[in-house]
Design a binder for this molecule. Structure first.
Ligand code: FES
Length: 172
C-alpha cells in the first residue's frame, strides 16, 4: 500500500497514474513532454520510479526520460510543498528589487531558494519572466499573482498563506 520510500520511490497509486496517462497518449509521437507534464500535474513531481515507469510505458529509453526531465526547469524531480511560491528573477523584476523580495520570503519561511519548508507547506523557487513585467517585481503563489511587491509585502502575503491554511495555526 502506502510507499514511504524517499523522493525517488513511487506509490502504486502514482504508478497507476503513469499507466493511465500513458494509455491516453499511446501511439502519439513526441508524447514524452506532454506525458511528463500530465504526470507531474497529478503527482506534483517526478520521482525516479515514476520516470522509469514512463520509460517502460512509452518505450523511450530511461536515460532520455531523465535527461528531458532534468533539462526543463518546468519539471520537478523532488517533492514540492503544498504551495509553490515562484519569485520572478527576470530582468524587469531584477531591476525592481526581486532579489530583496526573494530574500525576504526565504527569510520569513526559513528556507533556501529552491527548497521546501520542513512542514512541507511551501516551496520557494526563482523563475524567469512570469509574463507580467509591468507589475515588477512579481511573485506567484500557485496560480495567484502578486505584483509591485516590496519585501515587506511579500513577507505579509506569505505569512497570510500560512495563517489562512492553518485555520488558527501556529503562526502569529
Ligand atoms: S521579468 Fe518578472 S514578470 Fe517579466
Amino acid at each position: 500500500m502506502a510507499n514511504t520510500a524517499g523522493s525517488g520511490g513511487a506509490t502504486p497509486e502514482q504508478l497507476s497514474v503513469v499507466d493511465r496517462i500513458a494509455e491516453g497518449l499511446a501511439g502519439v509521437r513526441g508524447a514524452l513532454i506532454p506525458m511528463l507534464q500530465e504526470v507531474q500535474a497529478e503527482i506534483g513531481y517526478l520521482p525516479m520510479a515514476v520516470m522509469e515507469r514512463i520509460s517502460e510505458r512509452s518505450g523511450v529509453p530511461a536515460a532520455r526520460v531523465f535527461g528531458v526531465a532534468s533539462f526543463y526547469s518546468q519539471f520537478r524531480l523532488e517533492p514540492v510543498g503544498r504551495y509553490v511560491i515562484r519569485v520572478c528573477q527576470g530582468t524587469a523584476c531584477h531591476v525592481q528589487g526581486a532579489v530583496a523580495v526573494a530574500e525576504a520570503i526565504c527569510d520569513e519561511l526559513g528556507v533556501a531558494e529552491g527548497g521546501t519548508t520542513e512542514d512541507g507547506k511551501f516551496t520557494v523557487e526563482s523563475v524567469a519572466c512570469l509574463g507580467c513585467c509591468s507589475l515588477a517585481p512579481v511573485m506567484m503563489v500557485d496560480e495567484d499573482t502578486y505584483g509591485r511587491l516590496t519585501p515587506e509585502q511579500a513577507r505579509d502575503i506569505v505569512k497570510n498563506y500560512g495563517i489562512a491554511r492553518d485555520e488558527g495555526g501556529a503562526k502569529a
